[in-house]
Design a protein around this ligand. Structure first.
Ligand code: HEM
Length: 409
């Protein structure tokens, strides 16, 4: 077993402005620091090599359960569980490996191609309305005027949340990921959990109403039918899944919306290629994600016991970050890595994960992004960046303060 020399902030500091302006050199430095390195500022291990990450994704030998983290709040007794804890501990998508597989199997029809087509039909008018409301300004902020609204539109339409509940669940869609974010304070995490507790009560009410008046063709209806047909799939599984959709589908969509528009407007000569078909767009989207180095921490896992991982001894509860974005700047895999090229080949394409936890919303995510960017380009075919956006260092991904677009209408 090798001696571990911790990686320090002067090698990799994603909270720095320097990283935000140009993350690739720091990613390369961390990638070259070793296969499995301890990053002292986060108190976490970083898994840097793609083969190891793919194996970890596939075999799931580490825990995805936040409560297994050494710094997580203590796991409370069942009698005291809040709504949030009942979803995250009791019937968790995250905690129990076999139950997770079962939920994925049962829920799969709710995320099929047909359902995504149907959801597209529903969100299209919302997206058009968003642009109608925008009108024809000379310049507008894509972040606040468009991107910010897309996660809410697509998640409410995906689940089939009636409009009367929209205001009440808006804060959860906005803040859910704060519930577990290790870089935030306990107070902020707790406040986000309280919002979830309220939202779960609303979702319960919504389920009761839907049982009394069933519909046919949205995710909720499919899940309620699955509940009827499977004794191992109950209301808490549905509630957990709803929270998981909100958790995994909001910040990702918000950030990637902005990066897609930014990258394409910065490389206008590639827009036609990127938008030529859904497949071309999916590829372009992978390049946006690679080139923008949007993820900072990668994907968190926790050691379920004292164990050896990638040749190093790891203690129970330690956080292990799978960081597939690091290898994407290695010229061995991506020639001229600093160049943006929507026709690059991604084999494998790990944008949406891999294995049993492959992103359940991948098809929807790409579809909603394609729809929004198409609408933008249809309305403003000569759109361009009005200015280079200011980048915010203190966020979990590289975020823009705003994204000013000049319409040139
Ligand atoms: C740009 C958008 C998105 C990206 C890049 C993305 C990426 C990912 C990745 C990499 C994972 C695996 C995480 C891990 O292994 O820890 C994942 C999981 C997941 N994603 Fe997405 N995602 C996006 C949008 C969405 C949307 C829109 C939804 C739902 C509406 C969604 C729902 C989920 C869920 C529920 C999981 C957990 C799956 C499980 O544990 O079985 N994602 N996503």
């Amino acid at each position: 077993m090798q001696e571990v020399t911790p990686v320090l902030q002067d090698v990799y500091d994603p909270a720095s402005q320097e990283y935000c302006e140009n993350p690739a050199p720091q990613c390369q430095a961390l990638y070259n620091s070793g296969r499995f390195v301890y990053y002292e500022p986060w108190g976490a291990w970083c898994m840097t090599q793609l083969d190891d990450i793919m194996q970890c994704w596939k075999e799931e030998y580490l825990s995805s359960d936040f409560y297994d983290w050494e710094f997580a709040p203590p796991r409370p007794p069942e009698a005291d569980w809040t709504n949030f804890e009942r979803c995250m501990i009791g019937h968790s998508l995250l905690a129990d490996h076999d139950h997770h597989l079962l939920i994925r199997k049962i829920a799969a029809p709710a995320f099929s191609r047909n359902v995504v087509d149907e959801i597209q039909r529903r969100i299209e008018p919302d997206i058009k309305q968003l642009f109608d409301d925008l009108g024809k300004p000379d310049v507008f902020d894509y972040k606040s005027e468009v991107a910010q609204h897309i996660p809410f539109i697509s998640i409410t339409r995906l689940i089939g949340v009636p409009e009367k509940y929209w205001d009440a669940i808006r804060p959860v869609v906005r803040n859910f990921t704060d519930t577990w974010n290790p870089t935030l304070s306990d107070e902020v995490r707790e406040s986000a959990r309280q919002e979830c507790n309220i939202a779960v009560d609303i979702f319960k009410e919504m389920l009761a109403e839907r049982r009394a008046a069933p519909q046919q063709d949205d995710v909720l209806s499919i899940l309620l039918k699955a509940e009827e047909e499977n004794e191992d799939f109950d209301e808490w599984d549905i509630l957990t899944l709803i929270l998981a959709l909100i958790g995994a589908g909001s910040d990702t969509t918000f950030t990637f919306q902005q990066w897609t528009v930014y990258s394409l407007l910065k490389h206008k000569e590639q827009i036609a290629t990127a938008m030529a078909s859904h497949d071309a767009f999916a590829n372009a989207f992978s390049e946006v994600s690679r080139w923008g180095v949007i993820s900072k921490m990668g994907f968190a896992r926790y050691a379920p016991r004292d164990m050896e991982v990638c040749g190093q001894q790891v203690k129970r509860g330690q956080m292990i970050l799978m960081m597939p974005h690091l290898y994407e700047h290695d010229p061995k895999y991506f020639p001229e890595p600093q160049k943006f090229d929507v026709t690059r080949t991604f084999e494998p394409d790990i944008r949406f994960g891999y294995g049993p936890r492959f992103c359940i919303g991948a098809a929807l995510a790409k579809r909603q992004m394609y729809l929004t960017v198409s609408e933008l380009m249809n309305r403003f075919p000569n759109a361009e960046l009005d200015s280079e956006p200011e980048r915010l260092a203190n966020e979990t991904s590289i975020a823009f303060k705003n994204l000013m677009v000049r319409t040139n209408v």
